[in-house]
Design a binder for this molecule. Structure first.
Ligand code: ADP
Ligand code: MG
Length: 701
């Protein structure tokens, strides 16, 4: 019995060798015994089931038959030859086909002997055929017949071309169980296993590969999902604890004149209870001596901006500077104007820095930041440039997080000797399971209440053929003094077609709504920033009735008098984008409307998206649907896929387990913060092993 451990190279497994080991590494990322054991089947085929050729259905795909080869035929082709064979089971005949290794096949298969045959059938005319079937003599199959459910492993074309078929993978896996005697070190504590009714590690691993029954398969999956999610949560929560205990932050110990003055005289409305609660959570954080890293979740229009402003005032009262970073220039400008306006005569200096700031302005800003005469800096990515240095940045707010990479968040840290407190505000809600997995190391605040008096936005779906009635509706609303957005998709900035759609749409609207009675603004990504701002401002001031735009207005723009949102080609937008766009209306006292225009041809997903929009305006519900439709990776973007690269767990299906393991991880770390207790030895070791090899640490700043 060779000595092995899970780090042993796969090349040492009997039957693998260096060439196959290279192939396994390059194709499947399998390097070690440990990698192979956690290479899980993507599905199973019930091997207790045998089909009859006479009863095959047109859509029969991967099937198992018992029968005999009655004869071979060789057919010459341009290159090499093709070998076919007739295979019968008494109820009918199918044709077997081989394009390679004809001679070897012909020599090794015995005619008129019973075989178990496994493969994919294709229907040609009235006859089924099967290419490159897996074959085993019935007598041999009976002896090795312990496989009840045949595991099917994910594979690649290159692997099967090089002879590493599913059968070979199964053989390797069986060999692995032989060489390891199927004994694997337990990685969860005894109490966790018993309290949660889990299978042991060894049992689970055996049954995930070679299920002895459907029930054991299900329980193995449960156990392995539990383990995978548990270790992710353990890492995230430990990281949070370490940050809180080790990373010192600035202490804001007083609530000063600016905050108080603004709170009692400057606020244009009463805060909602949710806003008050969140502010309290933040105040508690910044009053301790640990650095705050908090995610603020709230639906579109829930009033995150005012919370941000109050936070900045806290910083200023304690002698610090504050920064607010937005994902687009338009949004940064809008924040700048509304904050300057809201601050009124408070003696606070605010400046705007974006990609289009002039060199001279930049220099002034750089100087004012360094000598401390500038209190609040608002801007775009431009804030992250190395040249932008603060005298004492105490609070940084990142609006509409998911557009920023995670590394960018960490850049803010380096602007000071101590990292500033950081508040990340989401554009739209993130499903709970995703938030727990992606931001499990942050503290999370939720504004789960909209300001009072909001009327629900009425949403309807209309086909393009109804455009005339939509125009009529627009005219009626404009008559009442309302303003209208008409938004076109611009999926790709360089897409000529999209611009053509936009310009055609603009022209038809100009025709329908002629000057001088109607004024129309247009804003799109190819315009100069100054022109964009000019047009935006005309609309904000109410000088124009209609704003024709691409998605540049998606994020954050606030024009309370605009109460109609018309989204063209709405089937091309994602759910969160639609929800964001709709959130541009419903900000004033008037009844607002959102009309989703589309063609007749809609994919199944588009239908679900549009129906969801019509049915609900709850951003959290919409986010859940979005997660189901698109999966976590697409929802959160590539840069974060490290955390979402799950082997077996599924953030949609396993939401409940996720909640359970998170509680488990918190409980464990409360009881034994350093995992020093003997009962937790295996957890500590597994944790260290995973932490060493995982991208989790570097991926989440
Ligand atoms: P978001 O959370 O989407 O960033 P905003 O901060 O832009 O939302 O707020 C949306 C609108 O609601 C703004 O016009 C803002 O002034 C207003 N608002 C925010 N909080 C309240 C409140 N407590 N009462 C009334 N209006 C509010
Ligand atoms: Mg906002």
């Amino acid at each position: 019995m060779p000595q092995y451990n899970l780090n042993t190279s796969i090349a040492y497994l009997t039957g693998v060798g260096p060439a196959r080991a290279d192939l396994l590494k390059s194709e499947l990322g399998i390097r070690t015994f440990g990698d192979l054991i956690s290479f899980f089947p993507s599905r199973y085929i019930d091997k207790t089931q045998f089909y009859k050729i006479g009863e095959l259905q047109q859509n029969a795909s991967e099937i198992q038959l018992v029968g005999k080869v009655t004869g071979f035929k060789s057919i010459k082709q341009k290159r090499g030859s093709r070998l076919t064979a007739s295979f019968t089971d008494g109820t009918g005949t199918i044709e077997l086909v081989w394009f390679r290794a004809a001679k070897w096949i012909k020599d090794s298969i015995k005619v008129n002997e019973p075989y178990v045959l496994f493969g994919k059938t294709t229907l040609y005319g009235t006859k089924f055929s099967m290419a490159h079937p897996e074959m085993e003599l019935l007598s041999v199959h009976k002896k090795s017949g312990q496989i009840i459910m045949q595991p099917i492993y994910p594979s690649t074309e290159k692997l099967s071309n090089r002879g590493v078929s599913n059968r070979v993978l199964v053989k390797m896996m069986q060999q692995l169980f032989i060489e390891t005697q199927g004994k694997f070190r337990e990685s969860l504590s005894e109490s966790m296993i018993s309290e949660n009714g889990l299978l042991s590690k060894s049992e689970a691993l055996y049954n995930i590969h070679f299920p002895k029954s459907q029930e054991l398969l299900t329980r193995s999956q449960q156990r392995l999902v539990f383990e995978e999610l548990f270790y992710i949560q353990l890492q995230l929560i430990r990281k949070k604890i370490i940050r809180k205990s080790r990373i010192k932050g600035y202490v804001f110990d007083k609530i000063g004149p600016h905050f108080n003055d603004f709170y009692s005289h400057g606020l244009p409305f009463d805060l909602t209870n949710a806003q008050k609660r969140v502010l309290k959570e933040i105040r508690k954080d910044v009053g301790s001596n640990a650095q705050m890293n908090r995610l603020l979740q709230g639906d579109v229009g829930s009033g995150k901006t005012i919370v941000a402003l109050l936070c900045m005032l806290m910083a200023i009262d304690n002698g610090f500077q504050a920064a607010l970073m937005a994902p687009t220039e338009i949004l940064a400008i809008q924040h700048y104007h509304s904050i300057v306006e809201q601050l009124g005569d408070l003696p606070i200096t605010v400046k705007l820095l974006t990609g289009s700031s002039k060199v001279k302005q930049r220099r002034e800003i750089h100087d004012a930041l360094m000598d401390g005469s500038l209190d609040i800096l608002i801007g775009t990515h431009a804030l992250l440039e190395d040249k932008v240095q603060f005298k004492n940045l105490g609070f940084a707010i990142i609006d509409e997080q998911h557009r920023f990479g995670v590394e960018q968040r960490s850049k803010l840290w380096k602007k000071n000797n101590l990292p500033p407190h950081i508040l990340v505000m989401t554009a739209t809600p993130i499903p709970r399971t995703l938030a727990m997995s992606m931001y499990g190391d942050l503290d999370i605040s939720v504004i789960d209440e909209l300001p009072p008096g909001r009327k629900e936005i009425k949403t309807a779906h209309r086909y393009d053929s109804n455009r005339l009635s939509v125009f009529k509706f627009m005219r009626e609303e404009i008559e009442k003094g309302r303003q209208v957005y008409v938004v076109y998709p611009l999926i790709n900035e360089s897409e000529v077609m999209d611009y053509k759609d936009l310009m055609d749409g603009y022209e038809s609207i100009v025709r329908e709504f002629p000057l001088p009675k109607y004024q129309i603004s247009i804003v799109h990504g190819k315009m100069k920033p100054a022109d964009k701002e000019f047009e935006m401002n005309r609309f904000i001031k109410g000088e124009t009735n209609i704003m024709v735009a691409t998605t540049v207005i998606e994020v954050g723009v606030n024009v309370p008098n605009a109460s109609i949102m018309i989204i063209e080609s709405s089937e091309r937008f994602g759910l969160s984008q639609l929800h964001q766009l709709r959130g541009r209306v419903g900000r004033g006292a008037e009844q607002s409307f959102c009309i989703l225009m589309s063609g007749f041809k809609l994919s199944a997903d588009s239908k679900v998206r549009l129906k969801t929009m019509v049915d609900t305006s709850d951003g959290f519900k919409i986010a859940e649907v979005d997660l189901k439709l698109r999966g976590p990776g697409n929802l959160m973007g590539k840069q974060q896929s490290g955390v979402l690269d799950l082997k077996i767990a599924d953030l949609v299906k396993d939401a409940e387990v996720l909640t359970q393991v998170r509680a488990e991880a918190i409980h464990l770390l409360n009881e034994d913060p350093t995992l020093a207790k003997p009962a937790h030895k295996m957890i500590l070791e597994t944790y260290q092993h995973i932490a060493k090899n995982s991208t989790l640490w570097s991926n989440i700043s």
